[in-house]
Design a protein around this ligand. Structure first.
Ligand code: ZN
Ligand code: ZN
Length: 400
């Protein structure tokens, strides 16, 4: 067994690590100071490491023969102005599309890095308690779905030993001290599309001279709702959201174009293919019905689906229960949120398991959610729970 008890000193180090990270968030693919901080932390533990995927870091802890397990923590912050009011609140800024924006650890990735570094320290100090190899992956740019692809493209699995399983966790506003997981399809695939509709500009009083892209777009928005309502089977899941619809500058000009941005969430590859094909079909058919030129449909990003391996995931869940108690580890339905974690394991066709650790105070009936300017997990016992979960899950493979 690997001991998960935190000494007073280890606890203080954990808190100071967390507060430092919280106060110094960086945007996706700009995690330069975070990368250096992680490297210093790994040096301090005595682990070898290398950079991967730009601002990513990988550390390898080899301790004799045995299984190889990878554990991933994501490192990026978000363009949000923090409103938590804590003394270690962020006042950092970053560059986004040429503008300077406030940055916050609004998704709790600071707690992920803290839990991984703390767990790495505790495990590294117990050489007799385990045998095998641990690959610690500090992944940038989860929020933009770039980071896991960047690391794999940069040769992550050529430079690090191939693991039997890739593990990861995310803080979420469940009750602090609890863990939540789903076997099989755990989080949705997400696709974002930009659709540009073309029309014919005319004076607002002369509609006969126009092809109105606003009327066209309105039909598309309405008709897209029939994909989930009429095409996807009732027991399958999908979301089609039109998040932006921009067109026109003045009330008496019929504009020559409109732009829609869509967010699509699905839980199976079949449903995903169907929904994406239906969107293309409807957009093109509605344009044709309007006598408009063919629209442009561009992908903005795509997040892979997150699947937890049924057997290996159950084995990890059992280890988490043994560590934290039966009632603290809860199986839950899939989330329609998305994560790029899955690509790390999918790219080498090995199992993965990803769970959530609670960050909300027990008496908080309405905790702020991830991506809110007031999102702030309670430190205790959230951080310690993340550390214990990481060690227990890794220990399920390498503990003696
Ligand atoms: Zn997020
Ligand atoms: Zn996140």
């Amino acid at each position: 067994m690997i001991n998960t008890d935190l000494s007073t000193q280890a606890r203080e180090k954990m808190i100071s690590t967390y507060r430092h990270l919280h106060q110094n968030p960086e945007l996706s693919m700009q995690e330069y100071k975070t990368q250096e901080f992680i490297e210093k932390g790994l040096d301090d533990i005595g682990l070898e490491h290398f950079r991967c995927g730009g601002t990513g870091v990988v550390a390898i802890d080899k301790n004799g023969e045995g299984p190889t397990v990878a554990f991933r923590a994501d490192t990026d912050g978000l363009p949000i102005e923090e409103q938590t009011g804590v003394e270690y609140a962020s006042t950092s800024t970053g560059e986004l599309d040429g503008a300077t924006v406030p940055v916050m650890h609004g998704c709790g990735h600071d707690s992920h890095v803290t839990a991984a570094l703390t767990a790495a320290r505790l495990i590294h100090g117990q050489r007799d308690a385990w045998s095998g190899t641990i690959v610690w992956i500090f992944q940038p740019a989860e929020e933009t779905a770039e980071g896991s692809r960047a690391m794999v493209a940069d040769g992550l699995w050529d430079k690090a030993p191939k693991p039997e399983i890739v593990l990861g966790q995310h803080v979420f506003p469940f009750e602090s001290g609890t863990l939540h997981y789903t076997l099989n399809a755990a989080m949705a695939a997400a696709d974002a599309l930009k659709i540009t509709l073309y029309g014919e500009q005319a004076h607002g009083s002369q509609p006969q001279d126009s092809i109105d892209p606003i009327v066209l777009g309105a039909h598309i928005v309405t008709r897209l709702q029939t994909i989930v309502g009429r095409e996807v089977a009732p027991l399958d899941s999908a979301v089609v959201t039109v998040g932006t619809f921009n067109s026109g500058l003045k009330e008496n000009i019929i504009p020559d174009r409109a732009e829609l941005k869509l967010n699509i969430r699905t839980l199976t590859p079949d449903v995903r293919e169907h929904v994406l094909a239906s969107i293309t079909r409807i957009v093109n058919a509605e344009a044709e019905a309007s006598g408009a030129p063919k629209p442009d449909i561009e992908e903005i990003y795509t997040f892979p689906q997150l699947k937890n391996h049924p057997e290996e995931g159950a084995k990890v869940a059992a280890a988490l229960r043994a560590e934290l108690g039966e009632d603290k580890v809860i199986e839950t339905p899939p989330l329609m949120g998305s994560e790029d974690f899955g690509h790390l394991a999918d790219s080498i066709d090995v199992p993965s398991m990803f769970w959530f650790f609670g960050g909300a105070a027990a008496d908080d009936a309405n905790p702020a959610k991830n991506h809110s300017p007031r999102f702030l997990p309670v430190e205790d016992p959230t951080l310690e729970t993340g550390v214990r979960a990481a060690i227990a899950a890794i220990g399920a493979y390498v503990a003696r």
